[in-house]
Ligand binder design. Structure first.
Ligand SMILES: NC(=O)c1ccc[n+]([C@@H]2O[C@H](COP(=O)([O-])OP(=O)(O)OC[C@H]3O[C@@H](n4cnc5c(N)ncnc54)[C@H](OP(=O)(O)O)[C@@H]3O)[C@@H](O)[C@H]2O)c1
Length: 235
C-alpha cells in the first residue's frame, strides 16, 4: 500500500504503541489524526499530525468525531479504555473485572461508527494482548478482554468483507508509558515479567507498530491476529 494521500485515524495515538504507529504512518506519507483523552500527551506527536481529544468510551462522541473526520482509509485503535483489574478471579472485585471491559466497549464504538466511513479497501486494526490466548497468573481480566477483542474482530471481518479488512495485533510485554515506574524498579519489573519468555526482554512500541503497519499494508490479510510477543504464547 502506498501511504501517500491516505488518511489514518489512530485512537490511543498519543502514547506507546499508538504513538509509534502514528509516527510510522506519518513518515510513510499518510495524513494522520491522533486521538486520546488528554491533550497533555500530544507534545510528542510529529508536527504534521492533528490531535483531537475524545474518550473512546463515549459512544456519541466517537460517532460525531468519526463523522467529522470521514472519509478515511486506515482506522487503528490501541486505546486502553480504562483501568484493568489484576489478580486471581475468585478473589477479584467484580466491578473491577467488569470495568476491564472498557477496552472492548471502546473498540466496539470505534468499529461500529468507523466502518462505514472507511474508503473501499480500507482497514481497521485493533490491539489485544498475549494474555488473551496464554493467561499467566493474575491476568484473568486481561485474558477475558483480550480474547473478546480477538473474537469480535474475527466475527466482524466476515460482516465487512470484502469492502474492508479488520485485524488484530497482539503484543506481549512492551516497554511503554503504561508502566509508570522509573529507573531500577522499572527495569526489575520488565526483567521479572519477561524472564520466562523465549526472548527475555520487553518489546518496544516500534516493534509492535511494525506489526500494525504489516496488517494495514497487506491487502491479503483479514480476520487474523499477528503476535508480537517475544515468544510469550509458547513460553
Ligand atoms: N504495553 C504493554 O505491555 C501491552 C501489552 C499487551 C497489550 N497492550 C495493549 O496495547 C494497547 C496500547 O498500550 P500502550 O502500552 O501503548 O499504552 P499507553 O502508552 O498507556 O497508551 C495508551 C493510549 O491510549 C489512550 N487512551 C487510553 N484510554 C483512552 C480512552 N478511554 N479514550 C481515548 N484514548 C484513550 C491514551 O491517552 P489518554 O490517556 O490521554 O487517553 C494513550 O494515547 C492497549 O490496548 C494495551 O492494553 C499493551
Amino acid at each position: 500500500m502506498d501511504f501517500m494521500n491516505k488518511k489514518a485515524i489512530v485512537f490511543g495515538g498519543t502514547s506507546g504503541i499508538g504513538l509509534a504507529s502514528v509516527k510510522m504512518l506519518e513518515k510513510a506519507g499518510a495524513e494522520v489524526v491522533a486521538i486520546g483523552r488528554s491533550s497533555e500527551k500530544k507534545s510528542e506527536l510529529p508536527n504534521g499530525v492533528k490531535f483531537v481529544a475524545c474518550d473512546v468510551r463515549d459512544e456519541v462522541g466517537v460517532e460525531i468525531l468519526l463523522e467529522k473526520l470521514a472519509p478515511f482509509d486506515i482506522l487503528i485503535s490501541s486505546a486502553t479504555g480504562g483501568k484493568r483489574a489484576i489478580g486471581p478471579f475468585l478473589e477479584m472485585d467484580m466491578d473491577g473485572f467488569k470495568g476491564s471491559f472498557d477496552k472492548l466497549w471502546g473498540y466496539a464504538n470505534v468499529v461500529r461508527h468507523g466502518s462505514k466511513h472507511l474508503t473501499d479497501g480500507g482497514s481497521i486494526t485493533l490491539v489485544s494482548g498475549s494474555p488473551g490466548r496464554n493467561c499467566k497468573f493474575g491476568q484473568i481480566a486481561l485474558s477475558s478482554v483480550g480474547g473478546a477483542v480477538e473474537a469480535m474482530a474475527r466475527a466482524v471481518a466476515k460482516e465487512v468483507s470484502p469492502r474492508i479488512r479488520i485485524n488484530i495485533v497482539s503484543p506481549g510485554t512492551i516497554n511503554t508509558p503504561m508502566v509508570t515506574l522509573k529507573g531500577p524498579d522499572r527495569e526489575k519489573l520488565y526483567e521479572n515479567m519477561t524472564k520466562d519468555n523465549l526472548i527475555p526482554r520487553a518489546g518496544t512500541a516500534d516493534e509492535v507498530a511494525e506489526g500494525i503497519m504489516f496488517v494495514v499494508k497487506n491487502k491479503f490479510v483479514t480476520g487474523t491476529t499477528v503476535d508480537v510477543d517475544g515468544g510469550w504464547l509458547i513460553s
